[in-house]
Each structure stands twice: as structure tokens, then as C-alpha cells.
Design a protein around this ligand. Structure first.
Ligand SMILES: [Zn+2]
Length: 254
């Protein structure tokens, strides 16, 4: 039963994530009125705004202009719903679950915005840093996952500085920007949430995935090494890998 509730809750928040993904980069007020079709601008009726189901019923088209609705809306709602189910499966009904609900929705929003627009909104990273730091004062939280407040603070600073340094060096050597400060802030979020120990692992995993991602294009000569790719989505995937194997890492490190 709790899984069904988590799934429904996740899909509703996924629907909200879709609004943020669309509106945040164009500076449109999140709270501004009802959702509308991005093609014909007609307001979407409440019964056409049911997460996941409406997309299926309308076969991915708008009721008015019958224009195709981007499948991304459906994917975002599905990923959100599934991640809520996984979080509840892992942590039951707890503060940790609430924290991971917040983190997954924000990470999903960041993932899709950065993928398309190459920006990571401060509206998301700043609150996440604050939550990550504040939660480290709760001594009852899972100690394997979450650091104490000192470790959290060091992690945040370490995460920010390491990408800031990469940007700085890269600028000096090549006179161009390889990464943005948005990436630095995102890694600071990860440091605040999971402590300084997570930073080298997340960087390693993200770079590996990013490399695997660009290799086919490099071989086919479709891209040059210098062409821009957003790093935020890879940082998020790297964090996911880190969290999946955190047990082994912590056991190994004692
Ligand atoms: Zn329409």
C-alpha cells in the first residue's frame, strides 16, 4: 500500500518537476496559474493534467491542437514516481525518506534543465546546500549515508573549490570555460549532503560516465573534445553510482 502511495505522490511531484523544468530557465513564475499547452497556449483541463495517465489517454498529444507532447513529460513523471517507490522501499517512512524525496525531485529538475539549457539554477542549489548542512545536525540520521556537520561543511567547501579550481586552471591554460560555476555549486550540494569523502568518488564516477558517453561521438568524429557537454547530469549519475555502492566503500575504508 505504501508503495502505491509513494508512486502516486512521486508522479504528482514529477508533474511539478515538469513545470519547473519548463519555467525555471525562462524565468517564468512557478506558481503562475495553471499549466498550459506549450504549443497552442490553451490551459490544460484538470482531468487532462493527471500525471502519467493523461499522457497515455491522450496518446501524447494536446486535446486542442493535437500537437505531440514531448515524451519527456511522461519520462520525468515516471522517473519521479519510481524513485519515490525505491526511496520508500529503502528507508520506509522516515526523515531520511523525506530528505531523499526532496533530493530526487531537485536532481531530476536539474538533470533535465542542464541537459537542455546548460544551466543549473541557483534556486535549487542554494536551498539544497542549506538542507544538506542543516540535516547534518540531526544525530539520529543514518550515519553511513550522512556526515556530521563538520564533515558536511568541509564537503561543501571541498566540492565547490575543486570545480572552481578546474575552471580556473582550464581558463589559464586554454582560455575557455570547460565547466560552469553551476557545476561547482552542484558538487557543493553533494558535499554538504554526503560529506567530503563522497567528492572524489562522485568526480571519478561522473567523469567515467561522461567519457563513455562521448567516446562513440569522438570515434565517429561527430564531436571534438572541446565541444560543450553539460556536466550536471553526469554529476547526478555519479552521485547515484556512489550511493549504490556506498556500503562497500565505507566497509572498505573502515
Ligand atoms: Zn495545444
Amino acid at each position: 500500500m505504501s508503495y502505491i502511495i509513494a508512486f502516486i505522490l512521486g508522479s504528482i511531484w514529477g508533474s511539478f518537476a515538469n513545470v519547473c523544468i519548463y519555467r525555471l530557465p525562462i524565468d517564468e513564475n512557478i506558481a503562475k496559474g495553471r499549466s498550459y499547452c506549450t504549443s497552442c497556449k490553451k490551459q490544460i483541463k484538470w482531468f487532462d493534467n493527471i500525471p502519467l495517465l493523461s499522457y497515455l489517454f491522450l496518446k501524447g498529444t494536446c486535446r486542442f491542437c493535437t500537437k505531440k507532447i514531448n515524451i519527456q513529460y511522461f519520462i520525468v513523471e515516471l522517473i519521479s514516481a519510481l524513485s519515490f517507490v525505491i526511496v520508500v522501499y529503502l528507508f520506509g517512512v522516515s526523515l531520511t525518506t523525506l530528505l531523499f524525496f526532496i533530493l530526487s525531485i531537485c536532481f531530476i529538475i536539474i538533470f533535465f534543465i542542464d541537459l537542455k539549457h546548460f544551466i543549473i539554477p541557483n534556486e535549487l542549489t542554494y536551498p539544497l546546500m542549506l538542507i544538506g548542512f542543516l540535516k547534518s545536525f540531526d544525530p539520529n540520521l543514518n550515519k553511513l549515508l550522512f556526515p556530521n556537520f563538520f564533515n558536511s561543511l568541509i564537503g561543501g567547501i571541498f566540492g565547490y573549490l575543486i570545480i572552481w579550481l578546474i575552471i580556473f586552471v582550464y581558463k589559464k591554460l586554454r582560455n575557455r570555460e570547460g565547466m560552469g560555476l553551476g557545476d561547482a555549486k552542484l558538487l557543493a550540494v553533494i558535499g554538504f549532503w554526503f560529506g567530503w569523502i563522497s567528492i572524489p568518488f562522485v568526480i571519478f564516477f561522473s567523469s567515467t560516465v561522461a567519457l563513455i558517453w562521448v567516446i562513440p561521438d569522438l570515434i565517429k568524429n561527430k564531436k571534438e573534445l572541446t565541444s560543450q557537454i553539460p556536466f550536471g547530469p553526469f554529476l547526478i549519475l555519479g552521485t547515484l553510482i556512489y550511493l549504490l555502492i556506498i556500503d562497500y566503500i565505507k566497509i572498505y575504508l573502515g
